[in-house]
Design a protein around this ligand. Structure first.
Ligand code: OTU
Length: 668
């Protein structure tokens, strides 16, 4: 009897000169800090009314108010008048609720009756830069059939709000949250695209960069101009005393480009907190005006038809001396408050946490330890992603099984997004504890993974590049597309057909896990046609120092057209990923709520898990040789079926034969 490990899985100062009808202007926000700190009871703002949505608004507010109050009390209770703050937040929410268009009001009503809509097995994500995928937002609309062909029901378009000119960290340095990057189209184009997606039952996901703005954002520009109200939107220090104290316990996200976490800004005569790059200024959420301003932006974007918000860099939203300034309790209360407001004004939307942090910290973003969803609904399963690549390199699944078994269960009302590659580098999140379970050192294994995926390890199939080598810690990360990291580039350039077949199997193997392990799988643009590294990435101005652009290629539509030409890499890859999508959508057990249980089959190369207790079993072979497994002890083997023709797996009388790098999905 195989042992099974329960896992679980499972604004601007009120400025009469700014017309509120200018789409990219900021509505005025009164200075809460000033009024509230002075202890003055601000007059209750008038709630816009009545609207068709008004009755529902009242009911939702009654349901969410205690959550909102508790969360804001914990964050701001000692520094400001929380009742006045709540009034302000509710007024903002009421204004947006009144402006919400009928189609979205209808969606809100439907989703309130179907709160777990995002858990369905039919949820299949695709992640792309609008310009690199299809030129602009209108171009994206013209490619929806392509996405439907692949089975996509959730489209994450990478940062598309107006960025600062020049270097902008791939759009993560936003200068105007109420305008679309003009190269991509207008806010009206975004709404139209969201409508088109909704008609196809596809959900639009966009990034909301909550931790920082570009130095070109109006708030920062006001601060640069000497406006005290806006200076307090950021962390500004007159000298190095505080920054030096903080630095003692901070890490560096981009050690090569942006050592340290502070930038001297001469115009302000201050050190500004810049966790990422010097032009990305961290917002100071200890100032409640910042929270209100972000609520306003969030709800404005929700009213354009955005359904999923990827909240970027959330771990860094709160700072405290002597800590890492990541994942602090206040961050969770801020997210809880944000969610409570969203539930009132736009209940159709969900939040996805972008927190690339250790598993125990990560599950907190899903509200671990509480029975109900209170913060984010979705979070990136970074641990799984890292382990997939580790297992491919070592041809062994034990470290993956051990590390995933150690993850704290998430609440059933939340789920993961599961992915193989994204627009970022891969950081080798292998803890020393997990490495020790294999008799390895953490640093040693991380070093091995970087060497392996940079292609410098003898016999490696990978063609990646090192990213952000940190000489102080000897850490480094990896850039590269899935196809290039898995050996397709190597096989294509050496013309070796066997190696090519194996490399394709590797990509499909790891995607089969992303599609069934639990959560919404994300296909990263180009993986479906095996796009290789973009060797010319540095030719684009502003990209030369950032090799993450190597895995952000432009869509090759000529290559995509070959998906219908049999025998091509594109047709094989596209067909196999589309088949995974179809099979997933048809298997009830793959609902995100069904817990995942790891199963130990006593063979180090096999990775095995069940979903929902029984009825679905996945067995994955990380070896480059075939494997035969007796499934006698796992459920009722006599009733097992293979719902997917998955590249040569065979099931006879309870015995499963897996080809090299093969997998099987087994249903009862
Ligand atoms: C995110 O990543 C984005 O994904 C990056 O593309 C941006 O450069 C960055 O934010 C700044 O906006 O450190 O190495 O725990 O890991 O926010 C990538 C969260 C990152 C961080 C994450 C960040």
């Amino acid at each position: 009897m195989p042992r099974s490990t329960a896992l679980v899985v499972a604004d601007l100062t009120p400025s009469p000169t700014l017309s509120p009808s200018t789409p990219s202007s900021e509505p005025s926000t009164p200075d809460l800090v000033a009024s509230v700190r002075a202890g003055s009871e601000a007059p209750r703002p008038a709630v816009t009314e009545p609207s068709p949505n008004a009755a529902a608004f009242g009911a939702r507010l009654a349901a969410a108010e205690s959550d909102l109050r508790q969360a804001l009390q914990l964050v701001y209770g000692s520094t400001c008048n929380v009742s006045a703050l709540i009034d302000e937040v509710v007024a903002v929410a009421a204004r947006h609720a009144a402006e919400r268009k009928p189609a979205l009001v209808a969606l809100d009503a439907a989703r309130e009756l179907d709160e777990q809509w995002f858990q369905r097995p039919s949820m299949i994500g695709y992640v792309a830069y609008a310009d690199r995928f299809a030129g602009d937002l209108r171009g994206v609309r013209d490619q929806l059939d392509y996405l439907s062909e692949l089975g996509v029901t959730y489209l994450h378009l990478m940062p598309l709000l107006e960025p600062r000119p020049g270097e902008n960290d791939g759009g993560y340095a936003v200068s105007d949250y109420r305008a679309v990057d003009p190269r991509l189209g207008s806010m009206a184009d975004l709404s139209t695209l969201a409508d088109a997606l909704r008609e196809r039952q596809m959900s639009l996901c966009i990034d909301l960069v909550v931790n920082h703005t570009a130095r070109e954002h109006q708030w920062a520009q006001r601060a640069l101009g000497g406006d005290e109200h806006y200076r307090r939107f950021y962390h500004a220090y007159p000298d190095r005393r505080q920054p030096d104290r903080y630095e003692q316990t901070l890490r560096e996200v981009f050690p090569e480009w942006a050592p340290g976490n502070f930038t001297w800004v001469a115009e302000m005569n201050a050190w500004l907190w810049t966790t990422f790059q010097s032009f990305q200024w961290d917002l100071d959420y200890a100032n409640p005006n910042v929270f209100v301003a972000i609520v306003d932006i969030l709800l404005y974007l929700a009213n354009q038809g955005v359904e999923v918000f990827r909240l970027d860099a959330v771990p860094f939203m709160w700072k405290r001396i002597g800590t890492s300034c990541e994942n602090l309790p206040e961050v969770h209360q801020l997210l809880r408050a944000l969610r409570a407001v969203a539930r009132v004004a736009a209940p159709a939307i969900v939040f996805k946490a972008e927190a690339i942090v250790p598993p125990d910290d990560l599950v907190q973003y899903l509200g671990a330890g509480v029975p109900e969803r209170r913060e984010c609904d979705l979070a990136y399963n970074n641990q799984l992603m890292v382990m997939l690549w580790s297992s491919l390199a070592t041809r062994d699944a034990v470290l993956m099984t051990n590390s995933l078994a150690r993850m704290t269960p998430k609440p059933a009302t939340t789920t993961w997004v599961t992915y193989v590659r994204c627009h970022d580098d891969i950081g080798w999140a292998v803890t020393d504890t997990d490495a020790a379970s294999m008799g390895w050192s953490g640093a040693g294994h991380r070093r091995f993974l970087s060497d392996f995926y940079a292609g410098s390890f003898d016999g490696s199939f990978a063609r990646g590049e090192l990213f952000q080598v940190n000489p102080a810690t000897n850490d480094s990360r990896i850039s590269g597309t899935a196809a290039s990291l898995a050996g397709i580039e190597d096989a294509v350039t050496t013309g070796d057909a066997d190696r090519l077949a194996a490399a394709i199997d590797r990509v499909v193997l790891v995607y089969s896990i992303a599609f069934s392990f639990g959560g919404i799988p994300l296909v990263y643009m180009g993986d479906e046609i095996a796009l290789l590294n973009d060797g010319d990435f540095a030719a684009e101005p502003g990209h030369e120092n950032d090799n993450r652009w190597i895995h952000r290629p432009r869509m090759d539509w000529l290559a995509a057209a070959r998906r219908t030409v049999s025998g091509t890499v594109e047709s094989t890859m596209f067909a196999r990923l589309a088949a995974l999508a179809r099979a997933r959508a048809s298997i009830d057990r793959l609902d995100g709520r069904a817990p995942t249980y790891l199963v130990d089959l006593d063979d180090p190369v096999l990775f095995c898990y069940r979903r929902g207790g029984d009825g679905f079993l996945a067995v994955c072979n990380f070896a480059e040789t075939p494997r035969t497994v007796a499934l006698g002890g796992v459920g009722n083997a006599a009733n097992y079926r293979l719902p997917l023709n998955s590249g040569g797996a065979m099931l006879t009388a309870g015995s499963l034969r897996l080809p090299p790098l093969g997998f099987a999905w087994i249903t009862e």
